[in-house]
Design a protein around this ligand. Sequence first.
Ligand SMILES: C[S@@+](CC[C@H](N)C(=O)[O-])C[C@H]1O[C@@H](n2cnc3c(N)ncnc32)[C@H](O)[C@@H]1O
Ligand code: SF4
Length: 402
Amino acid sequence: MSPRIGLAGGNPQNKNVLAGGNPQNISLYVHWPYCTRICPYCDFNVYKNKGDNQAALVAAILDDMRYGRDKYGPRRLAGLHFGGGTPSLLTAKNLGLIIDLAVKLWSTAQDIEIGLEANPNDITEAVLRGWCQAGIERVSIGVQSFDTDALLFLGRDHDAQQAQIALKQAVDIIPRVSADLIYGRIGQSARDWARDLRTAIDTGVGHISAYQLTIEKSTAFGRAELRGNLKAVDDDQSADLYETGIEILSSAGFNGYEVSNFAKTKGQRSRHNLAYWTGADYLGLGPGAHGRMTYNGERTATICALKPQDYIDHIQKFGHGVAKQEILNGQSWGQEYLLMGLRISAGISLSKFEDITGRPLNPDTIELYVKAKLLKHKNDRLAATPKGRLVLDRLSHELLLG
Ligand SMILES: C[S@@+](CC[C@H](N)C(=O)[O-])C[C@H]1O[C@@H](n2cnc3c(N)ncnc32)[C@H](O)[C@@H]1O
Ligand code: SF4
């Protein structure tokens, strides 16, 4: 999944500031926009279609990738992530074409992550073996819940048993497997949520993403909410469910290295998502894909043309798929760095924030929230505590205000 961050405007200020982590690293995000059906809560750039005729879009993605390699020069390929939409609809042959070109164009990191988001009903043993052969080493499976009513409510086209089988088969075949779960449906009790989590844990997955249901205006759920037919859970319920999640997951040995992400070992963490959260460079390929690239000392935010045919046409006309791009000024870049960085347990580097924005965070504000046990401050690092994660939006806002 592409991060939900918009473009921000402004002029370049910090030409000499390096991107997060190693500036030579690059990750690729490939957005496959097709889904067999559209879930009522989903506001990603998706189109209802099995995407049977994959050749034209795959060829466009390959051309866009070549363009990116020419534009940004040699880098070290740290990751390649297929998100969506439903990239598990891509044939193994097409996945292989994209992976093969990427590893041909860039030198690869030893611990390169090649991951795919998958829907349970696309998974069979043969499909998993095909993905493995194509080079996929991490799969995140969109289970959402093991409760039949919940799956119906969420408009999913798999059942609980299918999800369990898919996870177990994946654990046997793919080195790293994650389950995506959604919590925070109205009427969901802590016991329901604990049951979902325990079922996922029992399949043997090494990673769990636990997302709180967000109701976005542009979705069927958003429209139902507007008509008064659907309500989101309130803050107290949401905090209770979040705390239940932490309790169950940590007692099963899962570490919450990010607000919604839990891994059994460091090796099971999503290195691709860590690239987003740490402010590293990633090239967005495919319809509607977002990218963040540091180039000539400037940080550029990009968005590819949204509709698949527009994306293909854009590449034919201009050689690349980027329809919007903006150079982030220091303030926007710093804001993004802080908002993303406080989500992870490692937090942010205070000196890096200052390098990016040209100003330090206010030490009095930091001290205030450290005393309130919402922030942890050690040497150059500033991170949110578990209590701080519950009020992260507010906390980040206050820090940015100064
Ligand atoms: C965008 S989907 C793409 C992968 C795949 N098509 C699927 O449905 O699992 C990735 C994950 O985002 C999460 N997600 C999408 N929309 C969400 C929402 N409104 N609230 C919470 N989680 C959401 C789901 O857990 C989903 O598995
Ligand atoms: S949640 Fe997944 S399957 Fe459902 S519409 Fe969104 S991307 Fe497609």
